[in-house]
Design a protein around this ligand. Sequence first.
Ligand code: NAD
Length: 471
Amino acid sequence: MSQTYSFFQSVERSFDKAARFTKWDKGLLEQIKACNSIYSMRFPVKMDDGRIEVIEAYRVQHSQHKSPCKGGIRFSDAVNQDEVMALASLMTYKCAIVNVPFGGGKGGIKINPKNYSTYELEKITRRYTAELVKKNFIGPGIDVPAPDYGTGEREMAWIVDTYASLKPGEIDAAGCVTGKPISQGGVNGRKEATGLGVFFGIREVCRMEDTMKKLGLSMGIEGKTVVIQGLGNVGYHSAKFFREGGAKVVAIAEYEGAVYNTNGLNEEDLFKHRKATGSILNFPGATNLANTSDALELDCDILVPAALENVINKDNAPRVKAKIIAEAANGPLTPDADEILTAKGALVVPDMYLNAGGVTVSYFEWLKNLSHVRYGRMEKRFRENKNMHILMQLEELTGRQVSAEERAAIMRGADEIDLVHSGLEETMISATREIMDIWNANPTIPDMRTAAYVNAINKVANSYMELGIFP
Ligand code: NAD
């Protein structure tokens, strides 16, 4: 008899599947799985028409093996405690995999933001923040929220302003939340971080000889055919970096349909076309696919679902032809689809680490807030002067002068955006290698997702042991 599991129970199941490949004590594994602190709250807010509405909201701190906790705040009428607990635990594992030294957290407010005025949303967000302050559930060293579904820079600006006004004199107040506007302490490079992280992760997989051999693919990202679902933040930026990296984005799907061109699509032109006409269909030079989900079944090397959860399920998974499934969205595959694709010999690169670019750059934002200086400020000019000196010496020794274009490229010292991209690239390359090393060392591990969980469990367990709480 098939059993249904809640979201949190499904996460626990994936955890248990991976825990079998670790050596840790059962009690320690139970502690890692558990949500440490759950704050379920109700607060009243006066609406524009004078009515008082009771708002249901949550903040869950899954693990404090590292401080602070980190995870987004979701505004959705589907929010419930189980969902927030599941998302908080996934944050613990995600942070561990990409070596971001935070515990996992997540928040949620059970509202559909479309049903509220801007003023009402501001009051709800500020009151929620005040509730978190009262219970010591927010702070640069305690718990640091970020945007998630239904929230963005605007909400983060309200949060930091509320926090700072309730904590006068707290010098690190800006670090109480990430995903802020640049003018409020945000960091350059946050917007494209998840799509760029997806690209860095997949590029690294494509550089692994054994993996490519098993998949029957040539080495490297160049010339690979890519299909992307979703032209939102993650899909657009994934398409951009895959194209710039030499891959061919042959199809892009949106909810109104998909477009296909074997010579490759330019995501920026497509974005403009969609803005001008209201649809991605009828894009010059491309073929329309009226049924958007057909795009998932196109012949290609890499499929990037970057829209919604559960889009590949037991019905369409047998028809998916891609060799690599890059889980840019959260949970785009159902567990059935995951098994079907793995059995077919495809490589599913799991969401838990592949879309960790956002939290990685959030970590850089938090570091920037604590250091009170933007990245690059101290070294940019020093580096440019040094480069100039080296170049002049080389020109003198060789008797040749480089072109003005080359001169500018050699001279340039790093700006904040360069350093953020570089940190993200290093993070995604290391995380990919660590997971693959674990998988290669134990071929009985069935898939890359389980290998990623094993990596996370080992790191969190090691932290607990280092804390010495198990005498
Ligand atoms: P978004 O809202 O900017 O973009 C999603 C896009 O998917 C929209 O353009 C939407 O029209 C399109 N879409 C919806 N249904 C579709 C369908 N059936 N077929 C094709 N396209 C469809 O959201 P986003 O920020 O790009 O997030 C996408 C996914 O990535 C989500 O699962 C999210 O949880 C995950 N994610 C996002 C980030 C981030 O930094 N934004 C980080 C980690 C994970």
